[in-house]
Design a binder for this molecule. Structure first.
Ligand code: NAD
Length: 455
C-alpha cells in the first residue's frame, strides 16, 4: 500500500497491508493478552496511558510532521490536534476511576445490590483519517482504561500516524497483547468484521457505517457508529458583533479544510443581517493563506484525498446550474497537490447537494431566511443529526430553536466544538452510541448486576 503526500502527490512510504492470516494472528494475540491487561489495577493502566500522553507531548514535532505529510493538515493544526487529544486523555484518566468503579445501588440489611463494570474483551476500532488522534483517542483510550484489548484500524490515509500511535503505546508500557494495528484499506476493515470481536467502534462515513452495522448485527455485540454530518448554523438578526460571528463561523466551516465531522456545512442568515454577514464572512475567507502544510502561517493545505476534489467540483457545478452564485472560490487550484479554493456559495437552496449532502471540504452555502420559523424548517431538513448551532444574544431564543433540533450536540454562540466532558454522539445518519464523557468511558464495558444476599 502506498502512502501519498497530498501536497506533493509523491509516495512517502510503502506499507504491507494486513491479510486474513496476519489479522487472525493479531486477534489471537489480543485474545491471549486481554485478561492480563484487565488484571492490572486501574491505577496501573491509568499511569501507562498518562505516560503515553507525555510521549505524545515529547515527540509532538515528529508526530505533527508525520500527520501533516500524510493528510495534508497544516503543521500547526496537527500540533493542535495532538494537544487536543492529550487534553481528552487527561480528562479520561482523571475520571476513569469514578465511572469504572463498582456502584452500590442499595445496601439494606441482608441484601446488597451493586453494579460492576467489566471490560467487553477484545474490541475492534475502525477509524477515519481526518482527526486520527482525536477520534482514535475517543475509542482506544477509554477502551484500554476499561481493561479491553484493542485492534485499531487507522484509515488507509492515516496509517503512518496509526503506526506511530502504536509505537508510543508500546513505549509507554501497553503490551503488544493489548494493542495491535490493522493496516490497509476498506478490504482489511471488511476482514475485521469476520473475526469474533466483542465490540465494534466505528468512525467514518454513513455509507460504511451502514455496511458495518448490518454485517456485525448477527454477532449480538455492542456496535457504535460515529458518522458524518451536515451541520447547520443559524445567524439571527440580533447578533452584536457581526465580524466576530462571521470570523468564528468561517473558521467552523473551513478549519482542517472543512474535513471535520462537525464542520459547519450550511449557514442560514436572517435577512436583516444577511448582506453584512456575507461581506464579513467572505473578507475573512479571503484573508487566509493557502499553501504547503509545512509552511508556517498556512491555514488551508491540500485536501487529504484526491477523490474529494471531484465531489466538490460536482457540488459547485450543480449549485451554479440551479441558480447559486459564487462569492469566492469555486474550483481546484492549478498546482501540484489536491488543493481546492475556499468556496462560498450564495443564492443557494435545498434543491442543491451543497445544502443536503456532506461536502467534507472547503466549501459552504449561505442561505438567506426571513425568520426563525424558516430557519428551523431548513435546519431540520436533513438526514443527519450531529450538531446544530444558533448565534443570538438571547439565550431563550437560541434554546427554543435548539430544543427542536434532532442532533446530538447543540451550540449557542459557538460551533465545531467537542468537549471531553460531554457525550459525543450522532443521531439519524450521523450514527449512534457515544464517546467521551461518563457515557464514553462506560461504552467499553458490560454491566454485571450483583444481588448479594447475606446467609
Ligand atoms: P470511510 O467510511 O471511507 O472510512 C472509515 C474507515 O472504514 C476506514 O478505516 C476504512 O478503511 C474503513 N472501511 C471502508 N470500507 C469498509 C468496509 N466495507 N468494512 C469495514 N471497514 C471499512 O470514512 P473516512 O473517509 O475515513 O472518514 C470521513 C467520514 O467520517 C466523514 O463522513 C466524517 O464526517 C466522518 N467522521 C465522523 C466523526 C464523528 O465523530 N461523528 C469523526 C470523524 C469523521
Amino acid at each position: 500500500m502506498q502512502v501519498i503526500n497530498p501536497a506533493t502527490e509523491q509516495v512517502i512510504q510503502e506499507l504491507t497491508e494486513d491479510n486474513p492470516s496476519s489479522l487472525h494472528e493479531k486477534f489471537a494475540l489480543l485474545q491471549k493478552g486481554q485478561r492480563a491487561w484487565a488484571g492490572k489495577s486501574l491505577a496501573e493502566r491509568i499511569d501507562i496511558i498518562r505516560h503515553f500522553s507525555s510521549l505524545l507531548e515529547k515527540n509532538i514535532e515528529e508526530l505533527a510532521q508525520i500527520l501533516s505529510s500524510e493528510v495534508g493538515k497544516p503543521l500547526q493544526q496537527s500540533r493542535n490536534e495532538i494537544n487536543g487529544a492529550r487534553g481528552r486523555i487527561q480528562w479520561l484518566c482523571d475520571h476513569a476511576s469514578t465511572y469504572l468503579q463498582e456502584e452500590i445501588m442499595s445496601d439494606s440489611p441482608g441484601m446488597q445490590e451493586k453494579i460492576v463494570y467489566e471490560p467487553l474483551g477484545v474490541i475492534c476500532n475502525i477509524s477515519a483519517w481526518n482527526y486520527p488522534y482525536l477520534v482514535g483517542t475517543n475509542v482506544f483510550v477509554p477502551a484500554l482504561l476499561a481493561g479491553n484489548s484493542v485492534m485499531y484500524k487507522p484509515s488507509e490515509y492515516a496509517s503512518l500516524t496509526g503506526l506511530a500511535i502504536a509505537k508510543y503505546f508500546y513505549q509507554a508500557g501497553v503490551p503488544e497483547t493489548a494493542f495491535q494495528t490493522a493496516i490497509g484499506a476498506g478490504s482489511v476493515g471488511a476482514q475485521l468484521l469476520e473475526l469474533p470481536f466483542q465490540g465494534y467502534y466505528f468512525t467514518g462515513s454513513y455509507q460504511t457505517g451502514q455496511k458495518i452495522y448490518s454485517q456485525v448485527a448477527p454477532k449480538m455485540v455492542p456496535v457504535q457508529c460515529e458518522l458524518g454530518g451536515k451541520d447547520p448554523v443559524y445567524i439571527t438578526d440580533d447578533i452584536s458583533d457581526i465580524n466576530a460571528v462571521a470570523a468564528g463561523t468561517a473558521d467552523g466551516a473551513f478549519y482542517n479544510n472543512g474535513q471535520s465531522c462537525c464542520s459547519v456545512e450550511r449557514i442560514y442568515v436572517h435577512e436583516k443581517v444577511y448582506d453584512a454577514y456575507v461581506a464579513a464572512f467572505v473578507q475573512e475567507v479571503k484573508s487566509w493563506k493557502m499553501g504547503d502544510p509545512t509552511e508556517e502561517g498556512v491555514y488551508l493545505g491540500p485536501l487529504s484525498r484526491k477523490a474529494q476534489v471531484a465531489i466538490l467540483e460536482k457540488q459547485v457545478k450543480q449549485a451554479l446550474d440551479l441558480g447559486a452564485t459564487l462569492a469566492c472560490g469555486g474550483k481546484a487550484v492549478d498546482r501540484k497537490g489536491y488543493y481546492f479554493e475556499p468556496t462560498v456559495l450564495v443564492n443557494v437552496n435545498h434543491q442543491m447537494d451543497v445544502m443536503k449532502e456532506e461536502s467534507f471540504g472547503p466549501i459552504i452555502g449561505i442561505q438567506k431566511v426571513k425568520d426563525d420559523a424558516e430557519a428551523i424548517a431548513l435546519m431540520k431538513d436533513t438526514a443527519y443529526g450531529l450538531t446544530s448551532s444558533v448565534y443570538s444574544i438571547h439565550e431563550n431564543r437560541a434554546q427554543e430553536i435548539l430544543s427542536q433540533m434532532d442532533s446530538g450536540s447543540a451550540y449557542w454562540n459557538c460551533c465545531d466544538r467537542v468537549s471531553a466532558a460531554l457525550p459525543w454522539s450522532g443521531r439519524k445518519h450521523s450514527g449512534f452510541g457515544a464517546t467521551l464523557s461518563h457515557q464514553g468511558i462506560r461504552a467499553f464495558t458490560k454491566t454485571k448486576s450483583y444481588h448479594l444476599r447475606q446467609p
